[in-house]
Design a protein around this ligand. Sequence first.
Ligand SMILES: [Cu+2]
Length: 451
Amino acid sequence: MSRRLRTLAVPAVVALALVACTDGGGGPAPAAAGAAGGPVELAVSLTDFALSPDRLTAPAGREIRIAVSNDGQAPHVFAVDTGSGVLETPQLEAGRTATLVVPALEDGEYRIFCPIPGHEDLGMVGSLVVSTEGAPETATTTGATGADGMQHPTTGAVSVQDMLAGHEAGVEAFPAETEGLGDRPLEPRIEGGVKVFELTAQELRWETEPGVFVDAMGYNGQVPGPEIRVHPGDRVRIVVRNEMRQPTTLHLHGVTVPNDMDGVPYVTQDPIMPGGFFTYEFRVVDPPGFYVYHSHFNSTEQVGKRLYGAFLVEPRAAFSRLYGERIEVETTMFLGDGPTGYVLNGKGFPATQPIVARQGDDVLIHLANDGAQIHPMHLHGYHFEVVAEDGFVLDEPYMADTLAVAPGQRFDILVRAEYPGVWAFHCHILPHVEGPHGMFGMVTALAVEER
Ligand SMILES: [Cu+2]
């Protein structure tokens, strides 16, 4: 394993220098609307992945109303860092608009950006320059000064130096430490021969990468929720408590359950109200394999904010027997996207967890996509064997190095870790993984230690 992986370095902050050009590129004339003291109206367009304009100007001491339109394809959020807090629009799907009202600000340069993880690195950042009305503009510039002594932009046209620094800093920081880790094993309590699991749905502030906290949803304080393991034939009870401010339900995805345990609101049960609970009980009749549990209420938001976890029906003799291989390393990887960014198990690079093996180990990876987009996962240096799909062991496993995982799909893949080194494992839709400032989002590594 590399020194870089052994050392949990404090992540270097990739500094994004903000630029105030001295000409053009500004927003509408600040005093165009409203009488002195009234609100100032500005407009900004969000695209994939830029702010236009990336520099807004406004007078000090006046309320600022910013008309925001998402003219890109991806969902975006527009935010202003006022220094004492971040004001932001709701998430805007493509084509949607919103108005962000910013209370009067003092003279200064304030960061404007899209807070969806990764989007700022891709270029969705700029500045709101507030200066005393009528006074000459005094905003300081922090852009690079070129040989000609002029200020040059460093956003939109990232300097080679900044590109190199950003790429290196991310790799040096990997795997970066963040608060919280999901997919931890959940031990059942045994009551009269029944395996009882307790899940509590909660709204959380979740650190996806160092210093980036998003509004997430999880079970038992984890994103993804804890891992449940059962055996074929087990009687299982899952008590779901709702500590969120909105109702929820639990659906066992791919698992054969009695109809009234299916978790679909108003079809098979009443929603679990805030403060309430529901008991799901069933016998495991499915073959061993990888299944998922997730919310089935307001699921664009709830599953989008990661209200899901792994449900593994484990063979009595462990997965080694199932796949005819001894398995030394077993891991689950949930692919996520949407309002809380591109993530693997709730974390974006460099805070993703590497898969660590020793040379010769057989590595079993349970892959699930509970996002809203397809993610072709690509492993460097290896071919892997696709051994199961949607919980079913394939009669004819096949080799691949890139596997498209659609929302709702699960795969089990086996890697024989023959080659030592740190091998990138990432989504191959490149806007999900790398920008001018380096890697982010759905990137991790298979780290194989030499024997
Ligand atoms: Cu992707």
